[in-house]
Design a protein around this ligand. Structure first.
Ligand code: 0O2
Length: 205
């Protein structure tokens, strides 16, 4: 079986870490500016991760790509990943727009699993962005996957992820149906809470 050398992985991830840190700073700064202007934070919190060597190898193998640094750079867009967790669905689109409107960021791919949820009920907005980083003698455009979710979508996805890895569950079909129903209920709750927020804001003005 083919593997990526530990040393190759260690040098590969450095520019991805830089690109991720760069985007985290931009998101922080947007969050603070939005708060100053509109009196609330669109971002509740953020998480970042670099995909582990074993997960990269597994994904390349599963998709039939070459297991090498070249294979990663040409085919994987989620080596660096940021999860942006917002309180309300509206905040997701407002934050994504502010970020993608920046003139040196290129949107490579948009997958809107909020408008089109996955059949299991999964909801999130996934963007693949390309951001420039400046090294001592070159500029590199790095891809980062940014997932936007509400707190409710994140709660659902975390539980679903845990359950997915449990083996030999009895009543698996019934459980996945119930998970779908929970995703639907959770999405309704997001919209009701957002409507409440809008009413409260309107009364404040
Ligand atoms: P990790 O640890 O988050 O990196 P793939 O599905 O990986 O073959 P693609 O196109 O990258 O191909 O998938 P997609 O649909 O854009 O989504 C990939 C990531 O979204 C996953 O990453 C999860 O983080 C999240 N995700 C997508 N679908 C689901 C789902 O049904 N349930 C949950 N809980 N999360 C989901 P990884 O690589 O799986 O893991």
């Amino acid at each position: 079986m083919e593997y990526i050398e530990e040393a190759d992985y260690d040098s590969l991830i450095i520019p991805y870490q830089d690109a991720m840190a760069n985007l985290m700073t931009r998101l922080d700064s947007l969050n603070n500016d939005y708060r100053r202007k509109y009196k609330n934070y669109p971002i509740h919190h953020m998480q970042e991760r670099i995909k582990k060597k074993e997960s990269i190898e597994e994904k390349l193998r599963r998709k039939g790509f070459e297991i090498s640094v070249k294979g990663i750079e040409e085919n994987l867009a989620d080596v660096a990943g940021i999860r942006v967790i917002c309180s309300f669905p509206d905040d997701i689109y407002a934050t994504a727009k502010m970020l993608t409107d920046q003139d040196d960021i290129r949107v490579i791919q948009v997958k809107d699993y909020i408008i089109n949820p996955k059949p299991n009920g999964y909801r999130s907005l996934h963007l693949i962005l390309e951001v420039p980083i400046f090294l001592s003698n070159e500029k590199k455009n790095m891809k980062v996957e940014v997932q936007f979710r509400t707190i409710a979508m994140d709660f659902w996805a975390s539980l679903e992820h845990k359950l997915k890895y449990k083996k030999n569950i009895e009543n698996a079909e019934e459980i996945s149906k119930e998970l779908q129903r929970c995703a639907e209920a959770s999405s309704q709750l997001d919209l009701r809470m957002q409507a409440l927020r809008d009413r409260i804001e309107a009364e404040r003005e």
